[in-house]
Design a protein. Structure first.
Length: 179
């Protein structure tokens, strides 16, 4: 096998293009995050509407029957004990409100957890895309030279490995000054 070992000059336009793409990518990243946040805000709004308009009325009707609320209040009023009737109603409302709010909290916590996971995945994905561009920009600015990996470096290797090679020193790269 025959390998040519030569250095190539990286045109300044390539770096400018990399910077421009990096800025555009940052804007797309910001917009992607904003879209995800708006989506989850809509989901949270839907949950709150569901709780207030569907679940709460259902629970009131169901628990009134299960608790026999009307019969208990009626008995207290017939005995002339309005304080007891008020306390029965107060207890009913308090327990029911607590149950409904706990359900709301559980649903919203699950959505908030999903939102955090999605935003983290978005950030991670964009960070993986931006890392090679940032790396090339740093190399260009710091060294003012073209740094081309040796031909033995496989393009299939991860950027993490590329970073390790870079940190290992110039022995892993061919460097030519920009004169």
């Amino acid at each position: 096998m025959f390998f040519l070992s030569a250095c190539a000059q990286v045109p300044k336009e390539s770096v400018e293009l990399s910077v421009t793409v990096g800025r555009d990518l940052a804007e797309v990243h910001r917009a992607h995050r904003e879209l995800a946040i708006k989506y989850f805000d809509c989901v949270k709004k839907d949950i709150n509407e569901f709780i207030d308009e569907v679940y709460r009325p259902y629970m009131i009707q169901k628990t009134m029957a299960d608790f026999r609320l009307l019969q208990r209040i009626q008995r207290a009023v017939e005995r002339g004990d309005e304080t007891r009737a008020f306390n029965i109603m107060k207890l009913f409302v308090s327990l029911l409100s607590e149950q409904i709010e706990n359900y709301r909290k559980e649903l919203l916590q699950n959505i908030s957890k999903q939102e955090s996971e999605v935003l983290l995945a978005i950030d991670d994905s964009y960070q993986k895309i931006q890392m090679p561009m940032l790396l090339s920009q740093v190399i260009w600015r710091q060294f003012g030279r073209s740094m081309i990996p040796r031909p033995s470096y496989s393009a299939a290797q991860s950027w993490k490995d590329y970073g390790k090679r870079l940190r290992a020193g110039p022995g892993n790269f061919l460097i030519r000054s920009q004169r």
